[in-house]
Each structure stands twice: as structure tokens, then as C-alpha cells.
Ligand binder design. Structure first.
Ligand code: HXC
Length: 270
């Protein structure tokens, strides 16, 4: 249980979470459940969803799993309808399904580039589009999971940078279009997060991890729980006037960028 919040602030709410079977999204699902929300997990692998829902259930929460690929609009719409039927309504959404692999632009086929655009950007649009009629009322909240790649160009990440930049612009456009209905739409942009598939792919060795950590002013990676706490705040009534925001949670890494790497190299800490 988070020590940041003292009461169950999502009591009576239902949340749909794509990519909810693992990683940051599962941490968000657990945090939401701890705070009274019923959670519906959507992902490609039924076994992962079932295991995650069971874990949440054993901890005293309420969770269901609804298999679907966010790239398949009809299957996704069906899963969202099943989630709404199972829980009676939908109030909160986390668009977290994502794909990544490190590859240079010349090392990926058109289909490789498209696969990440389709999961991250099209999948986020599909989820928002399909869920809207289920939550079109004041108090509803959508959070799209972005990344520092949205605003920081990186080698081996052209596909992810393009996709996440698109996700953030989608967030802003939907915030404008859906604000009059009372639906808030925000992005969370995490930096490096410990114990995630993304960082296993991008920082596979202790040396790379150490090098990355050097560029973070707070000198460590985020925990999944820290991202979950931010999602909890943004989904709660405490954030009721925040929409169209891209909230960065990266320990200051994107602020410092190359500057801190150079400082570390030129002036080692005493
Ligand atoms: C070059 C690659 C490749 C690689 C796959 N491809 N890996 N090309 N280098 N390392 C190519 C394949 O050859 C194929 O192209 C195309 O990509 C699609 O691959 P498939 O395996 O057929 O697609 P699919 O099964 O749909 O899988 C999608 C995936 C996969 C993105 C490629 O890695 C995946 O399912 N990932 C989900 C889990 C994940 O990535 N989690 C991390 C998210 S982290 P051809 O031309 O051969 O057909 C994250 C946060 C980012 O997003 C920020 C971190 C800081």
C-alpha cells in the first residue's frame, strides 16, 4: 500500500488498463485496486491477464482479464464492452500497451517500424476511441503512457520516438475535443523504470545501466510504484482541472540531458 495516500481515493470507480498484465501497467492496476477501484486488464496473453487478476484478487482487490490486441479495433472494442458489462461502467483508462526493441533505422523493416507505431500510437487511439462512449461523463479520466522518447531524440529508437511523440499530441488533441464532456486526457512520460521489459531491452547490462543512471539527477531509475502513484493522482479528483498535460516522471533526466553527462565526465563527484 502506498504511504503517499492515506485513504482509498478511487472507491466505486472502474478502470480499464491496456497492457495490464505486466510492468508499469500492472503496478498501476495494483495501486488502483488498493485504492478501491475495480480493474479490467486488457492484453494479448490470456494467461498473463489471468495471473495478474488472480494476484490482485488474492490481495483483496477486484480484477478481470479481457484478452485483445490493441491493434485489432474490433477485438479491442469487444474486450472493452466485456469489461464494461463485467463491472457495470468504466470511469478510468490507462493506455499502456507498448512495444519496443533497440534497432537502428536501417536495421528495421517497414513492418518493424509499423509494428511499434501500431501498438503504441494506433493502439492508444483505438483504446481511446473505443472506450469513449462508455465513459463520456464528467469525472472520467484517460492516461496515455508515453516516454522520454516523445521529446528526446535517441539512437536506435526512431520508431518509439515517433510513436510516443504521436501519443502525446493525441493526448492534447483529445483533451481539447473531449474536455466539454468532462473527460480529462493526460500523458505520463516515465524515464527509466526498474524491473520492466522496456529497460531489460534498453539497458541489458550493468554497464549500460550505470551509464544511464549517471545522466539522472536523482541518480537512480524510477520504481514502478512511483509511476503508479502518479497515475493514481492524475486519475483522482485531486487532479480534476488537469487535462492535456504531459507529466514527466524521470528523476530530472530529460532536463539535464547531455549537460549532466558532460558534467559527470568533466567533474567527477568528490
Ligand atoms: C529489428 C525487429 C526486431 C529487432 C522485431 N523486429 N524485433 N527488427 N530489430 N530487434 C521486426 C520483425 O522482424 C518484424 O518485421 C516486425 O518487427 C514485427 O515483429 P513481430 O515479432 O512479428 O511482431 P509482434 O509479434 O507483433 O511483436 C511486436 C514487437 C515485440 C514490438 C516486435 O517486441 C513485442 O511484442 N513487444 C511487446 C513487449 C515490449 O516490447 N515491451 C517493452 C515496452 S517498453 P518483419 O519485416 O520481419 O516482418 C516501452 C517503453 C519505452 O515501450 C520507453 C523505455 C524508456
Amino acid at each position: 500500500m502506498s504511504e503517499v495516500f492515506e485513504k482509498k481515493i478511487l472507491n466505486g470507480k472502474t478502470a480499464v488498463i491496456t497492457g495490464g498484465g505486466s510492468g508499469i501497467n500492472l503496478a498501476i492496476a495494483k495501486r488502483f485496486a488498493e485504492h478501491g477501484a475495480r480493474v479490467a486488464l486488457i492484453g494479448r496473453t490470456k494467461e498473463k491477464l489471468d495471473a495478474a487478476a488472480a494476484e490482485i484478487g488474492e490481495a483483496g482487490g477486484s480484477a478481470t482479464g479481457h484478452p485483445a490486441d490493441v491493434r485489432d479495433y474490433d477485438a479491442l472494442s469487444g474486450a472493452i464492452k466485456a469489461a464494461s458489462d463485467a463491472h457495470g461502467k468504466i470511469d478510468l483508462v490507462i493506455c499502456g500497451a507498448a512495444g519496443n526493441f533497440p534497432a537502428p533505422a536501417l536495421g528495421m523493416s517497414a513492418n518493424a517500424f509499423k509494428s511499434v507505431i501500431d501498438i503504441d500510437l494506433l493502439g492508444t487511439f483505438n483504446t481511446c476511441r473505443a472506450v469513449f462512449e462508455h465513459l463520456r461523463r464528467p469525472g472520467a479520466s484517460i492516461i496515455n503512457i508515453s516516454a522520454m522518447q516523445a521529446f528526446t531524440a535517441m539512437p536506435l529508437q526512431a520508431h518509439v520516438c515517433a510513436a510516443k511523440a504521436g501519443v502525446d499530441m493525441l493526448t492534447k488533441c483529445l483533451a481539447i475535443e473531449w474536455g466539454p464532456d468532462g473527460v480529462r486526457v493526460n500523458s505520463i512520460a516515465p524515464g527509466a523504470v526498474d524491473d520492466t521489459e522496456g529497460m531489460r531491452r534498453l539497458a541489458p547490462t550493468p554497464e549500460i545501466r550505470q551509464q544511464l543512471t549517471r545522466g539522472v539527477p536523482l541518480k537512480r531509475f524510477a520504481t514502478k510504484d512511483e509511476i503508479a502513484d502518479l497515475a493514481l493522482f492524475l486519475s483522482s479528483d485531486a487532479a480534476s482541472f488537469i487535462t492535456g498535460a504531459v507529466v514527466v516522471c524521470d528523476g530530472g533526466q530529460s532536463l539535464a540531458g547531455l549537460g549532466i553527462s558532460m558534467m559527470s565526465a568533466l567533474r567527477p563527484r568528490a
